[in-house]
Ligand binder design. Structure first.
Ligand SMILES: [Zn+2]
Ligand SMILES: [Zn+2]
Length: 398
């Protein structure tokens, strides 16, 4: 869909780039952890108010919502644009002049960019509100990194009256200038696993008098791998990692208990339920075969991010207009086994979560998310702003 007025978008965004970059760097220098995004929320609320939006603060502790009402006729739909605001408990190792000023805290996932992008979109769309029939609700959520901010915002009613939601993640695994948009699942469901294997402690030289939970745990760790390799179709996608093994206090003592921790990543809810049931069955029956017991806890995980086909079409058109059709990827490589609590907004209303490439070897922006040397190529910022803005103009076209 083409709008004569939109043809000025690229040049408008070009003029805004210094401010978009400056704000991103300011946020980068002042990272705030989950539910502590006080300064960030103040900046967000201040900017949204200055644009004349209706602003609500303190939602799910530090969340901010700004409503922009279009003036192109009565009625119309409401589109939510979501950005996450929190940083991570990581000590930054980058030597840039906008390095984190807080020891042990860092924007190592790109959420500083997300905030700056969404505020730039708010600025642009408020200038073009005469082209919007309906409203845009800007949703700035806290605490994505602990999967804690989105669900309480939804519970607080943020998605009431919203017809569609869009959002993006800058991605250091994808080349700058490219956009990844895909219908269906894009980020995985994440479940935290904890297994308590209980035996009977004793002398390491007299195992017959004990029930050794270490040998049992070893068998359980290996057997669980067959859930993916032997019970999962190669066309299904899943990861099961046991990442933490804790037991024992000395070389000559058989411990009472082994505690295993790990993560399960899946994309399909039915499959997820089946594999969790099989995981319990397998761990408990192997433990029983060795006279031990196994308690399996599956902590409340994050849902998968699943994109709605119609909303994906809107974003796809916007991405093609912004980046050029040859720079939009829709194949499986844009999927990630990472998780994101955008899933809760996507669960509430139809939406599309997409990725904007931020990787650039020449600039050293190559480290994975959550790495102490993570960085983005800031050339990604205007691309992201343009995709979101075009999607909103398209979705709310009079
Ligand atoms: Zn992250
Ligand atoms: Zn993130």
């Amino acid at each position: 869909m083409a709008f004569a007025e939109q043809d000025t978008l690229k040049s408008e965004i070009d003029e805004m780039v210094p401010d978009i970059v400056a704000l991103r760097r300011d946020l980068h220098q002042h990272p705030e952890l989950a539910f502590e995004e006080v300064r960030t929320a103040e900046i967000v609320a201040g900017r949204l108010r200055a644009l004349g939006l209706e602003v609500q603060t303190g939602i799910a502790q530090t969340g901010v919502v700004g409503l922009l009402r279009g003036t192109a006729g009565e009625g119309g739909r409401t589109l939510a644009i979501r950005a996450d605001m929190d940083a991570l408990p990581i000590h930054e190792l980058n030597e840039v002049d906008y390095r984190s000023t807080v020891d042990g805290k860092m924007h190592a996932c790109g959420h500083d960019g997300h905030v700056s992008i969404a505020l730039a979109v708010a600025t642009l769309l408020s200038r073009h509100r005469d082209q919007l029939k309906g409203a845009v609700k800007f949703v700035f959520q806290p605490a994505e990194e602990v999967i804690g901010g989105a669900a309480p915002m939804v519970q607080a009613g943020v998605m009431q009256g919203v017809d569609g939601v869009i959002g993006l993640h800058l991605f250091s695994g994808h080349p700058v200038g490219r956009v990844g948009v895909r219908s269906g699942p894009i980020f995985a469901a994440a479940d935290r696993l904890e297994l308590h294997i209980k035996g009977k402690g004793g002398h390491a030289a007299m195992p017959e008098g004990a029930i050794d939970p270490v040998v049992t745990a070893a068998q359980i760790i290996l057997a669980l791998q067959t859930l993916i390799s032997r019970e999962t179709s190669p066309f299904e996608r899943a990861v099961l990692t046991i990442a933490s093994v804790h037991a024992g206090s000395a070389f000559n003592i058989i411990p009472e208990e082994v505690v295993l921790q790990g993560t399960l990543r899946t994309f399909d809810e039915g499959y997820r339920q089946r594999i969790i049931a099989r995981l319990r069955e397998m761990a408990q029956s192997i433990a029983a075969a060795h006279r031990a017991t196994c308690e399996v806890e599956v902590a409340d995980g994050c849902l998968a991010c699943v994109n709605d086909p119609a909303m994906t079409e809107v974003v796809l058109r916007a991405a093609e207009a912004a980046a050029g059709p040859e720079r939009v990827d829709s194949d499986e490589r844009v999927m990630t086994t990472g998780s994101d609590d955008m899933a809760y907004f996507l669960h509430a209303v139809p939406g599309c979560y997409f990725i904007v490439g931020a990787r650039n070897e020449a600039k050293g922006a190559v480290y994975p998310h959550h790495h102490p040397r993570f960085n983005i190529d800031e050339e990604a910022l205007p691309v992201a702003v343009e995709v979101l803005t075009r999607a909103a103009l398209d979705y709310l076209h009079p």
